[in-house]
Every structure is written in structure tokens, then in C-alpha cells.
Design a protein around this ligand. Structure first.
Ligand code: 5AD
Ligand code: SF4
Length: 438
């Protein structure tokens, strides 16, 4: 008998990418088979993001489009998992009656049973948050290129006032050390040499008194991998010890993603971020002093409720001073159920858009400049794939997280090479192969 085939379409952050791989592992173990495409699937699962209204609207639109497939393929099941499933729960059924199942972030273990019983019980909704689920001993089925995402903790306790994540993903909990090490080791054995440790706030990792720098040290010592990264760091919890360990540990890459959110302390306070702009600036200085070539990326929100032009300019000027290698810049999006959505001094949409566009223009220049500074350098590149733009070129990443393309034979995919940078176009470096490292 043919196996039932599933296809997962993933939206949102790396945590969702990792969760889709976890769900894939759960379904495979239960005897399902991964479909090559949507057309081949008997079950389509949307793993959704609700961080901003736009992300949520987009995925709900996608689901409505794909639901029409059910008319052509009787028996096709369509399910929704992830943050929108968690947030809207049974409401999703009202938005679209043809959705077969809605399963939240702490209920993935039950997916095989839920899917099996669909024809008996009809629509199923399982969105309880139990605040302790860490999916013990469940191995993901990795997708895509040669980077592995390994979840080290789930949930978030910070309640930044704009953010929906703690409301949908529940309280913070750390995965046991041995399970993390086993997963990283196996990823390395399967050829994934660049590993990213994932959590909403990795700096508060704590398992039996073992903290994040100690976890990094253990991961760094594993023979099967070559590079270690981590996201996301919270500026309020980034310790001196982490800076020291980052500089000391060979496999830990010279890159940090450190969301700044705003350059104005009053706005940071209203965001409940737990740090001042001076504290943030101090961290940048410490990181640069310990690792002069470190690449720093960030997230910023403009038009947070009550933000004045002067306060926005504090963000603008601080970003100009720091010179981030790259920044994800967002206009504030009110999320129902969060504290800031209730604030009365919401900033006009036009003003939010205009500030965002000014900030993006300024940061683009800095990013260009930062990338141009790489010309002439020899960088270690992890070769990940054939370039999507030019089949004669290979693409990979440097330790400082810059995509680099160069002409070489496909046999180098999965290897580490030295490349001399000759050009910088937009957010991609171009170079010439010097030699294979191993
Ligand atoms: N509006 C705009 N941006 C947001 N982010 C989180 N919540 C919101 C919101 N309500 C941004 C933050 C966070 C990134 C993942 O998304 O900058 O770091
Ligand atoms: Fe959201 Fe703040 Fe938690 Fe990040 S730290 S997930 S921004 S609440």
C-alpha cells in the first residue's frame, strides 16, 4: 500500500523552520512519507507566523487559495500549525470551514493521531499550551541546504509589549544538554557542518545550572561539526562571559544577531526591553573589542506607539554610528492581546511607513559600504549549493554570515574553501576560489 504523503509549507522565523523539521520527523516515524510538492501531497500542512499582521494575512490568503485543491482531489486534508494556529485556534475554522485540523506549537506529538482520526471526528483543533513541552528525544528530518537549526529552548518570558510570541509560544523552557548534543552530533554526521542554536532568547538558556556559554563550549567541542552560530540574543541577558566564550571558541562564528529595536531609552522602556540605549552601545563596544572583525546584525521597529520624530532620530543616529552589517527593519504592527496594542498614542500608518523608508535607505548604504570593505580579503566559505542565479557558480557563507558566490566545480559542495573577494553587489560577495581547506 502506498504511504500517505505530506507536504509542509513553512512561514516565519528559523524556529518555524526547525519546528517543520520536527513535525516531519514525527510524521515519518508514524509511517507517513514526505511529498515532493504540493501536487503530490495527501496532506498539506501550513506552518504559520503571526509576528506581524501582514505575515498572518499573507498565510491566511495562501491557505484560502490552496483550499480549492480539495475540490480536485477528494480526500486531500489541509491543516494549520504554528503561531497563527495557536493564536486563532478554533477561529481559523470559522475563517475557513474547509480547514481539516488546527494544531498548536505544544501539540505536534499528537499530529499522527489527529490526522488518522480526521475521518471519524471531522475538524480537529488541538492548541493547548502546556508550557513545558520540549519534544524529548524526537529527531527532526532536516530539509534544504547544509545548515542545521537546532532548538535549544522554546517559548519566551520577556513579554516585550509589542510581541505576540510569549502569548502564542508560552513560557521559556530549556532542552536537556544531552539531547542538544546528540542532535548537533547527528546533524554533523549527516553533513550539516554549520549549526545554528535556536531560541527566542538563547542567553537565558539554563539547564541544571548549565548556562549558555557553557552549552556553547560543549557544542564547540563536538568533532562532527565545523561552525556554530546562535539566534536570538537578548541585549539584557548578554553576559561578559558569553563575549569571552565567543572570542575563545574556535567554531563559534564571528557573527551576532542582537536586536536593538529602538535607539531611545524611553521607547525601550515602553517596549519592556529591560535595557537602555547606553547599555546596548556598551555591548557593541565589548563585542567589537573582543572580536574586531565581528559582524553584527539587528532588528529594529519604527513607529512604536508614542514614538516622536526625535525618538525615531535616536534610532536612526544610533544605527548610523554602529554601522550594522545588516538590519531587519519593521514598522510597528499592533498585535491583539499585547500591551502596546492598547496604548492610545498609536503612530499614524503614513508616518510609520515614511520613517521605515528613511531608515532602510540609510541602512542600505551602510550595508553596501560594509560589503565593499570585504573586497581583497580572503575568506573561509562553507560551500552550500549551486548559485540560484548562475548555475556555473557555487554559493556559500562566510563565518561572518555573508553570502559569497564564486566559480568552481559542484564537487566542492559541503566543503570549506578559501575565496578571495573581488566584488560586492548588494548583499552578495563575489570572489575567486583560492583553495580547498579540507
Ligand atoms: N511589529 C513589528 N515588528 C515586530 N517584531 C516583533 N513584533 C513586532 C510587531 N508587533 C519584530 C522585532 C523582532 C522581530 C523578529 O520582529 O523586531 O525582533
Ligand atoms: Fe518577542 Fe521580546 Fe520574547 Fe523576542 S524577547 S520573542 S521580541 S517577547
Amino acid at each position: 500500500m502506498n504511504k500517505i504523503r505530506y507536504y509542509i509549507e513553512t512561514y516565519g522565523c528559523q524556529m518555524n523552520v526547525a519546528d517543520s523539521e520536527l513535525v516531519s520527523g514525527i510524521l515519518k516515524q508514524a509511517g507517513y512519507e514526505q511529498a515532493e510538492s504540493l501536487d503530490d501531497a495527501d496532506i498539506i500542512i501550513f506552518n504559520t507566523c503571526s509576528v506581524r499582521q501582514h505575515a498572518e494575512d499573507r498565510v491566511i490568503g495562501r491557505i484560502s487559495n490552496e483550499i480549492s485543491r480539495k475540490a480536485k482531489k477528494p480526500g486531500l486534508k489541509i491543516g494549520v500549525i504554528g503561531c497563527v494556529a495557536q493564536r486563532l485556534s478554533g477561529e481559523l475554522k470559522k475563517i475557513n470551514k474547509k480547514i481539516d485540523f488546527v494544531v498548536g506549537v505544544d501539540q505536534y506529538k499528537h499530529l499522527p493521531r489527529i490526522i488518522n482520526l480526521l475521518d471519524f471526528y471531522g475538524v480537529n483543533v488541538a492548541t493547548d499550551v502546556n508550557n513545558s513541552e520540549v519534544y524529548h528525544n524526537m529527531m527532526p528530518v532536516r530539509q534544504g541546504d547544509l545548515n542545521a537549526f537546532v532548538t535549544i529552548m522554546r517559548g519566551c518570558d520577556n513579554f516585550c509589549t509589542y510581541c505576540i510570541v510569549p502569548h502564542v509560544r508560552g513560557r521559556e523552557r530549556s532542552r536537556p544538554l544531552d539531547e542538544i548534543l546528540k542532535e548537533v552530533e547527528e546533524a554533523g554526521n549527516d553533513g550539516f557542518k554549520d549549526v545554528t542554536l535556536l531560541g527566542q532568547n538563547v542567553n537565558s538558556y539554563n539547564w541544571k545550572e548549565l548556562d549558555f556559554p557553557q552549552l556553547l563550549e560543549q557544542v564547540d567541542s563536538l568533532e562532527t561539526i565545523k561552525r556554530v552560530r546562535f539566534v536570538t540574543s537578548h541585549p539584557k541577558d548578554l553576559s561578559d562571559s558569553l563575549v569571552k566564550y565567543m572570542a575563545k571558541l574556535d567554531k563559534v562564528c564571528e557573527h551576532i544577531h542582537l536586536p536593538m529595536q529602538s535607539g531611545n531609552t524611553d521607547i525601550l522602556t515602553r517596549m519592556n526591553r529591560g535595557y537602555t540605549s547606553e547599555h546596548y552601545m556598551g555591548l557593541i563596544k565589548k563585542l567589537k573589542a573582543a572580536m574586531p572583525d565581528i559582524s553584527i546584525t539587528t532588528d529594529v521597529i519604527v513607529g512604536f506607539p508614542g514614538e516622536t520624530e526625535e525618538q525615531f532620530m535616536d534610532t536612526y543616529n544610533m544605527m548610523k554610528e554602529i554601522e550594522f552589517d545588516f538590519a531587519f527593519m519593521f514598522k510597528y504592527s499592533p498585535r491583539e492581546g499585547t500591551a502596546a496594542a492598547e496604548y492610545e498614542d498609536q503612530v499614524d500608518e503614513k508616518v510609520r511607513l515614511e520613517r521605515l523608508s528613511r531608515l532602510i535607505d540609510m541602512q542600505n548604504e551602510i550595508t553596501n559600504k560594509k560589503y565593499k570593505e570585504q573586497i581583497g580579503k580572503i575568506k573561509e566559505i562553507y560551500v552550500e549549493q549551486v548559485s540560484k542565479k548562475n548555475p556555473e557558480e557555487l554559493a556559500g557563507k562566510s563565518r561572518d554570515f555573508k553570502i559569497t558566490v564564486f566559480k568552481a566545480d559542484k564537487s566542492l559542495i559541503g566543503k570549506f574553501v578559501k575565496v578571495k573577494i573581488t566584488e560586492a553587489t548588494g548583499w552578495t560577495l563575489k570572489g575567486e576560489l583560492i583553495e580547498e581547506i579540507d
